[in-house]
Ligand binder design. Sequence first.
Ligand SMILES: *Cc1c(COP(=O)(O)O)cnc(C)c1O
Length: 465
Amino acid sequence: MKYVSTRGDAPVLEFGDALLTGLALDGGLYVPAELPRFTEAQLRGWRDRPYAEVATGVLADLLAPTIDETELAALVERAYAGFDHPDVVPLRPLGEDGWLLELFHGPTLSFKDVALQLVGRLFERQLARSGRTVTIVGATSGDTGSAAIEAMRDREGIELVMLHPSGRVSEIQRLQMTTVDSPNITNVAVEGTFDDCQDLVKALFADRALRDEVGLAAVNSINIARVLAQSVYYVTSALALGAPDRRVAFTVPTGNFGNVYSGHLSRERGLPIERLTVATNRNDILARFLLHGEMRIEGVEPSLSPAMDIQVSSNFERLLWEVLDRDGAAVGEARAEFRSSGRLPVSDVVLDRVRAGFGGDRRTDEQILATIADVHDRHGVVIDPHTAVGVGVGVDRELGGDADVAHVMLACAHPAKFGPTVERAIGRPPELPPRLAELEHRPERYLTVADDLDTIREIVRSQSS
Ligand SMILES: *Cc1c(COP(=O)(O)O)cnc(C)c1O
């Protein structure tokens, strides 16, 4: 499969190069040039098959010819062997409310593992083939950091420098990152906010000389490989609930629009998805857009679901490209206007096309706490605050709807990662799974530095040499 940039002005790449490039040179994001459709026979053949086998089938055409199907099957098998549930991403019934799709059974207990456990292996394989090395630099407000560290630790050809805002990630999230004892991992606590960390990363990427010198690479969700890997669990869950003979609606807790866009890809390939509902917290730019038709930026406010505290959802550009009929210049103009005026210019035609595929709504912090308590009371299930955003929106919109449509709500993190919030809602802390309980006794390794570009640049340089 070839990959093209959403701005239309960067080299067309095979999968392996799109994987290592991340952001396209014209500032756009890579997208598959075509989307091979699932055949009915394929979908039926994947029913009741193990997750790794379906993942190989779903991804094979998209990763060829970089990786052939036999090699892909081996990589996928290893990526998901470390998940602590035989189904990898099990479905849990929530009575008449629908189904929870539990995406938090990987090593760091958030859905980021589903993509990154595979992406880490793809990176290592691709670097070995090309004889290259990379330095991955990222900023995290919590879940991405630990998932990336766990995916990249001890891998050949990869150095990883992860920035987090000092004192502003939860203790469990910090321990998950800083107790990993691996020579290719460097944790940096920056005296500043998450936005300061992101600005530092952007400034490093803007430094062309450094980019070439250390082979800078990114593993945030602008990387197309992550989006592709996430498209698999839409297929497995829909098949488990009766597809292709039954339609399925998904409600997706959303920040950067990566997860829900992955669902859209599977729908475009022919999976019978009735609806994709974008659930946001108080940082509701996408919900306001889908409800009222206007995309206007406001400041980011901290919420009880911090992984979704985002206003500019980078992956939305991939959908924009599609609804603007793949006109890269138009995408670039719309983005530039959004940046300068704070409003995305969209015609009614474009808006109708987006709304035909996506619904949306928002949840306040009070509603998040109420949903955690309600799901615990009615179903005896403890959910995390991100999942609660999706369940709150999903139940509100889908309950009492078409009985022929199955309703799936994505559970994106284990509740133990957000203990204090869960305790506020249900009066007791969530149980700590063994993977988290053992962290407290391990030594931590991290540097604490000022919010200063030169200092960070020196750290990146010294790690890569
Ligand atoms: C990353 C994350 C999200 C947001 O996902 P996007 O792909 O950015 O929309 C939601 N919940 C949790 C727990 C996350 O870690």
